[in-house]
Design a protein around this ligand. Structure first.
Ligand code: NZQ
Ligand code: ZN
Length: 386
């Protein structure tokens, strides 16, 4: 096992009728900006419940955070915060709203030219205003981590950042609020959580059996409970299990002391930036090709994944590993998630070369758990995903 540090300060408040506890999580003298997306929180009662809970607070609202949140929109919130002298943020919605809130919290206090540099130049965050989250969509894990992903519309760039200063102070996890999700978003959530687990697990054996079994238990739970939540988003028990699995998949725990990959996410982000494809779907497009292309590096873990998650008992190590990739792809497809780029756009030709060039231009020359994937490998993987 590798050396590691683990720090996660996020207080989780999970379940039904929990928003009555919201007011006591926020210091009484704070002026709050409630940040949300396109209005789903008006349909599932969350907006009303929050307004009731915060009736003794001065609350200003900022709506219109997009899926794949835009830098341009976030900067409008930054202006509002400065004008209104806001000193606490409350993100209400899915990963996009929480990610945008993290960026806004850091951008308000950014001491430099342009807060975009936090993303494009990885300028460190030196201060951020505190914020909490109310999660209505199980998927990203943003509710219990310190990372965010922001898109710049003007340049079609999508970059991630993280900082110890951008953990939420608290997160309410509301499986019942997720009952209003369209099935497509539930499928996205299952796939995103699955792939977060895989990025920290599908590498090479590192003699970390506890982390392996944490990861495998999340994957097994997603395979069992994900289809139930997809079939019926109002199935509270299934949605609860999906939501907690998604949170645990990316709160830092399962990645302690083990090699990590993240190449699927890096390639996937380019597909969202270029074509606007939902984040999770980009992962479903890239992952099977990446695992086939990187087979020799990953086959021990692929076979273990086959045995322990999919119950594959017969065949050689290579056969088990290949079957495991097929099972994963079939699982995504069973949730209505297509796994080929050409199913999403007719304009796919040239994508592989374009992404590989972008990686070269940015100096992203060493991807994957062994730092062995070059832009030329990225080109081949993306081409295999057409
Ligand atoms: O905007 P509203 O009206 O709220 O509608 C949203 C949005 O249209 C809707 N929604 C959310 N909760 C709902 C609901 N609709 C009905 N009922 C509810 N209860 O769902 C749509 C998608 O929301 P979004 O927040 O975009 O989805 P998700 O949570 O999947 O977040 C995706 C974003 O997170 C980033 C992705 O790149 C993408 O930008 N990621 C963030 C990560 C992190 N911070 O750790 C890691 C991930 O790998 C990921 O990259
Ligand atoms: Zn993801």
């Amino acid at each position: 096992m590798n050396n590691f540090e683990f720090f996660n300060p996020v207080k989780i408040i999970f379940g039904k009728d929990q928003l009555a506890k919201l007011a006591v999580q926020i210091p009484a003298n704070k002026k709050v900006l409630m940040i949300y997306g396109g209005g789903s929180i008006f349909k599932n009662g969350v907006h009303t419940a929050i307004k009731d809970a915060l009736k003794n607070f001065d609350v200003v609202e900022f709506s219109g955070i997009e899926p794949n949140p835009r830098y341009e929109t976030a900067m409008k919130a930054v202006e509002l915060i400065k004008a209104e002298k806001i000193d606490f943020l409350l993100a209400v919605g899915g990963g996009s709203v929480i990610d945008a809130t993290k960026f806004i919290a850091a951008a308000v206090l950014f001491n430099g030219n342009d807060p975009w540099e936090i993303l494009s130049k990885r300028k460190p965050v030196k201060a951020a205003i505190p914020f909490g989250a109310v999660l209505t969509l199980p998927a990203t894990g943003s509710e219990m981590n310190s990372g965010g992903v922001i898109t710049r519309e003007a340049t079609h760039e999508k970059f991630a950042f993280s900082s110890p200063l951008t953990f939420p102070v608290f997160s309410f996890l509301l499986p019942d609020a997720a009952s209003s999700l369209p099935k497509r978003q539930v499928a996205n959530g299952v796939v995103d959580a699955f792939m977060h687990t895989m990025e920290q697990y599908m590498t090479y054996p590192a003699n970390a059996p506890l982390q392996d079994r944490f990861a495998e238990s999340i994957l097994q739970t997603l395979v069992e409970e994900g289809p139930k939540a997809y079939a019926n988003p109002a199935d509270y028990e299934a949605m609860s299990n999906l939501m907690w699995s998604a949170t645990m998949a990316l709160n830092g725990l399962i990645g302690c002391g083990v090699p990590q990959d993240w190449a699927v996410h890096m390639m996937g982000h380019e597909l969202t930036a270029k074509f606007g494809i939902d984040h999770a779907r980009t992962l479903a497009i890239i992952a099977p090709s990446h695992y086939k292309y990187s087979f020799e590096n990953k086959k021990e873990k692929l076979a273990q994944f086959g045995e322990r998650v999919w119950g594959i008992t017969s065949g050689t190590l290579d056969e088990k590993a290949h079957t495991a990739i097929e099972k994963m792809e079939a699982f995504f497809q069973s949730l209505g998630v297509d796994t080929k780029l050409s199913k999403y756009t007719e304009e796919y030709k040239g994508t592989a070369q374009d992404i590989s060039k972008r990686f070269t231009d940015r100096g992203w020359e060493k991807l994957g758990e062994r730092q062995s994937l070059k832009p030329s490998d990225v080109e081949k993987i993306v081409e295999m995903s057409y």
